[in-house]
Design a binder for this molecule. Structure first.
Ligand SMILES: *Cc1c(COP(=O)(O)O)cnc(C)c1O
Length: 356
């Protein structure tokens, strides 16, 4: 049976990318050697790294006064690397759910944290707005797409202090005005690569703002100065990331990928709103394009296990919601084809017919 992959992370990658990755494991670039068995300090791998950086720059339109590096440890390592480098006295955070809570917890090891806004009062079902960012902060921190609750910033906000964003789950899904951010980072395993590598995009002036002496691997300057090669970088995930970026470019670049993401999300949200058995959980203007959350409508809650089974029997994979938000979540990352969303919509319609 055909499988429709809606996994939240690690998640779907394009077939051509998986094929290239499989081939490189056996024979990398016609060298007769596996990508997994060569030094990262070979011209062949250095070319992969350089192309991954230049494609990232091109697709996201990253200005010249920013550096990009790749590093292991996942986004969760950045949760403490960021305050270790930049939190001297006080940082401001917006709490929009699990991932910002974790980031806030780590920041408190290094200094004062002001939670400037939160959506916890309504189970993180919206993005807080209408607050003022204090000007005495070392930095202001947001998570642009909340993978678990399905909320997403639709605009790049203005900040009077350096703005740092976790974009793990919406990186390269939409155009971003990078110039509004001092730093953008994320784990690559939602939209770009297998688990094991994080990307960091950092504005040059931040490199001079490190507030304390740090172990070498924790200092952002180490990774910039050594161009992601201070130690052995996650070679395989970087290779796959490069292939994903090549695929994005060949498909038409950021504008086309974004157009498709908008189209897919509109299809699924329209069905959630139309279908009497389901309802959305997120404030309409803050609905994520990537992680689409919904539940059974009022009075139909008991049908949840039956719909999960029904969807599974129709090939749907990964649509059970996170244990903290409940219900369902269809993650529609870049590589998720429109066909998958259409199949899920058809499934929801058939299920509604069965319960008329
Ligand atoms: C998945 C995720 C993380 C955690 O990433 P790891 O690489 O597993 O540490 C952090 N932030 C967001 C928004 C995520 O979706």
């Amino acid at each position: 049976m055909k499988k429709y992959n809606f996994n939240a992370g690690p998640s779907i990658l394009p077939d051509v990318v998986l094929e290239a990755a499989a081939k490189a494991i056996i024979d990398f670039n016609g060298t007769g050697l596996s990508l997994l068995s060569i030094s990262h300090r070979t011209p062949e791998f250095e070319a992969v790294l350089a192309e991954a950086q230049s494609l990232f720059r091109e697709l996201l339109n990253i200005p010249d006064n920013y550096k990009i590096y790749f590093v292991g440890g996942g986004a969760s390592t950045q949760f403490f690397h960021i305050p270790a480098n930049f939190l001297g006295k006080k940082a401001g955070y917006v709490n929009t759910g699990v991932w910002t809570k974790k980031a806030i917890k780590e920041a408190k090891f290094y200094g004062e944290v002001e939670v400037v806004a939160t959506s916890e009062d309504k189970n993180f079902s919206y993005i807080p707005k209408g607050y003022t960012i204090p000007e005495d902060l070392d930095y202001f921190y947001i998570c642009t797409n909340n993978t678990i609750y399905g909320t997403e910033y639709k605009e790049d906000i203005d900040s009077p202090v350096p703005l740092i964003a976790d974009m793990s789950s919406d990186i390269l899904s939409r155009p971003v005005d990078v110039s509004k951010y001092a730093m953008i980072y994320g784990g690559a395993q939602k939209n770009l690569a297998p688990a094991g590598v994080s990307f960091v995009i950092i504005r040059d002036d931040m490199l001079e703002k490190v507030v304390r002496p740090l172990p070498t691997m924790m200092n952002v300057n180490t990774h910039v100065e050594n161009n992601s090669m201070f130690n052995t970088p996650p070679v395989f995930p970087i290779y796959v990331l490069r292939e994903t970026l090549k695929w994005m470019k060949a498909e038409g670049g950021m504008a086309e990928i974004y157009r498709r993401n908008v189209e897919k999300a509109a299809l699924l949200y329209a069905e959630i709103d139309r279908n009497s058995l389901f309802r959305g959980t997120v404030a309409e203007e803050d609905r994520s394009l990537m992680n689409i959350c919904f539940v059974m409508s009022e009075g139909n809650e008991a049908l949840m296990p039956e719909f999960l089974e029904f969807a599974k029997s129709h090939g749907m994979v990964g649509i059970k919601g996170h244990r903290l938000s409940g219900g369902f979540r269809a993650s529609c990352y870049n590589a998720c084809p429109k066909e998958s969303v259409e199949a899920l919509v058809a499934c929801m319609q058939e299920f509604e017919q069965m319960h008329k």
